[in-house]
Design a protein around this ligand. Structure first.
Ligand code: KDG
Length: 316
């Protein structure tokens, strides 16, 4: 049994080692980042079995990504390598206040060529839950059809599905993004937008209104992530709960906060949700979100289970 399967693009991440802006720094450090693999690592560190499926170039960067993920205990055995298209790269400029600026070099990458013909039934074999995000449908010409088909196939195999819209306006136009995401939401069980993303999709409103709109689209549960205000969750039967935020001492890098939330949330949600379990799941999501923003890196600071259960502080 594989607890969680995630599918998406993981890239090489380059950012300054020093405190200088990207334009001036002579020193870059090389790491990896990808919304879906960040979630897989988070869940693996919480003791869940995870599989990440990506399409990478047949280059040293693809090799670096699979090595790191395998080292984190994530199954990468179904990941595809492409001889003709490279592994994507992105730069993070974390200079100054607020969210870092992101620069993508991913057009024509191996994952942006994804289409439904690449899907294999064995990806879902023994899987319990599939997690995908709105980054994948934004990548290329056929990647919307690819995402839709993955979600449908997982459900046909009896898996539950979660979907984080992860809207990246650098990757697609607003109109296209809205209509595509609204078409994908009904194919998931757990929908996990940030408040701004939910407002982009459903119009401005309070968290309760936004959650009701998602539930009307047929999902089992939805959680509206509100950053420093915590999170608001609703079940299909209309029961709703609020989870307090976890105080953060300092915010260093906000990239990966949503993925950390998803990992914490799913570590409970994959066992099924009642109102009280929904609250626990959201509290764990809030905790992981607050931990990840306090240091550099999209996933490196994700905790191992012993750490959050207060047994011992262990950093892998
Ligand atoms: O959610 C964090 C991701 O945005 C980051 O790891 C890189 O996948 C990424 C993307 O597409 O921005």
């Amino acid at each position: 049994m594989m607890d969680v399967v995630t599918i998406g693009e993981t890239m090489i991440l380059l950012e300054a080692i020093d405190q200088k802006p990207l334009k001036y720094t002579p020193f870059l450090t090389k790491s990896v980042g990808g919304a879906e693999s960040n979630v897989a690592i988070g869940l693996s560190r919480l003791g869940k079995s995870t599989r990440w499926i990506g399409r990478l170039g047949n280059d040293p960067f693809g090799g670096m990504i699979t090595s790191i993920l395998a080292g984190e205990g994530v199954d990468v055995s179904h990941t595809q390598r492409d001889d003709k298209h490279p592994t994507a790269v992105y730069f993070k400029d974390n200079f100054g206040a607020g969210d870092p600026d992101i620069y993508y070099y991913r057009k024509g990458s191996a994952s942006s060529c994804w289409s439904p013909e690449h899907i294999r039934d064995k990806w879902f074999e023994g899987g319990r839950h599939l997690h995908m995000t709105g980054i994948t449908p934004a990548l290329g010409e056929h990647s919307f059809a690819f995402t839709k088909e993955c979600m449908k196939r997982a459900r046909a195999k009896g898996m539950t599905v979660s979907f984080d819209p992860n809207i990246r306006f650098k990757l697609w136009e607003e109109k296209k993004a809205r209509s595509a995401l609204l078409e994908l939401i009904p194919l998931c069980d757990y929908f996990l937008p940030g408040q701004e993303e939910a407002e982009f999709l459903f119009g401005e409103g309070e968290a309760k209104y936004l959650a009701e709109r998602a539930i009307q689209l047929g999902v089992e549960a939805t959680v509206i992530k509100m950053g420093e205000k915590g999170s608001f969750g609703m079940l299909k039967n209309g029961q709703y709960v609020y989870a307090n935020p976890v105080q953060t001492e300092k915010i260093v890098d906000t990239v990966g906060a949503g993925d950390a939330f998803a990992a914490g949330f799913l570590s409970y949600a994959i066992e099924g949700l009642t109102a009280s379990r929904l609250k626990y799941a959201m509290e764990r999501g809030n905790l992981l979100g607050s931990l990840i923003v306090q240091s550099k890196g999209d996933w490196e600071a994700l905790p191992v289970i012993e750490r959050i259960e207060n047994k011992k502080v262990i950093v892998r």
